[in-house]
Design a binder for this molecule. Structure first.
Ligand SMILES: CC(=O)SCCNC(=O)CCNC(=O)[C@H](O)C(C)(C)COP(=O)(O)OP(=O)(O)OC[C@H]1O[C@@H](n2cnc3c(N)ncnc32)[C@H](O)[C@@H]1OP(=O)(O)O
Length: 202
């Protein structure tokens, strides 16, 4: 039986569970460290994150915070739990695209030829990653954001909802690109960037 443990009984967790169900997982169990959380979208919450090691299942982390996601995914991998890649059947990926363990690709997302997606990433609903992009580990490309061709996004960076990154640019590690921002120049210093064109605010 295909059985998946999802750490994080949140809104994001619900979407991850739905993708897993559509990929043929027959049993889905949630694990969450908050108190008093019994179920998530009809699936049972059966314990805290550390309890997953007592169950015979694959495991994935459905937590938006990239540092927490990385810590927990590394714990799963070190504990010998298989961390799958989840891709919604209505996402479109070119055949040569490589995707790292623990990455989740939502419905309507498109990833074009020559691109690589690292570990523990979220390529959210209707986001697009065009040709020859390099998305490093634990990046989140939010709902409806668009990366043109040959864009690099560094480790742990979060591209906000509806943001746009123009072609041939790099966004370095540990950045937050705000909702609706348009990045027209490479970003080489970590921080929070918003607006059109995107400028650093923090
Ligand atoms: C399925 C899903 O839900 S996926 C998740 C999608 N969610 C997102 O993408 C969230 C993106 N988050 C944002 O855009 C946030 O506003 C952030 C992270 C950029 C900034 O948040 P904070 O650090 O809390 O900044 P704060 O709200 O204090 O704003 C600071 C200033 O920047 C401005 N600002 C904040 N965000 C933006 C933005 N996206 N575009 C333009 N200006 C912005 C604010 O108006 C404020 O300006 P002021 O000082 O003149 O009043």
């Amino acid at each position: 039986m295909k059985r998946l443990g999802i750490i994080g009984a949140s809104g994001h967790g619900k979407v991850v569970a739905d993708i897993a169900r559509s990929m043929g997982y027959e049993e889905i169990l949630f694990f969450d460290d908050s108190e008093g959380c019994a179920s998530c979208n009809g699936y049972p919450v059966v314990g805290k994150s550390a309890d997953i090691f007592h169950f015979s299942c694959e495991g994935i982390v459905a937590i938006g915070n990239s540092q927490v996601r990385q810590t927990l995914q590394e714990r799963l991998e070190a504990g010998g739990i298989h961390v799958p890649v989840l891709i919604h059947p209505h996402a479109v990926l070119a055949p040569d695209v490589t995707v790292g363990a623990g990455t989740v690709i939502m419905a309507g997302a498109v990833v074009n030829p020559g691109s690589t997606i690292g570990k523990g990433c979220i390529i959210n609903t209707c986001a697009s990653v065009d040709h020859d992009c390099r998305i490093h580990d634990y990046v989140h490309i939010s709902v409806g954001s668009h990366l043109a061709g040959t864009v690099q996004v560094g480790h742990n960076t979060w591209i906000g909802i509806g943001a746009v990154i123009s072609n041939n640019l790099t966004v370095c590690a540990e950045c937050m690109i705000g909702a609706g921002a348009v990045v027209c120049r490479s970003i080489e210093e970590k921080g929070t960037y918003v607006g059109v064109p995107a400028r650093k605010i923090k």
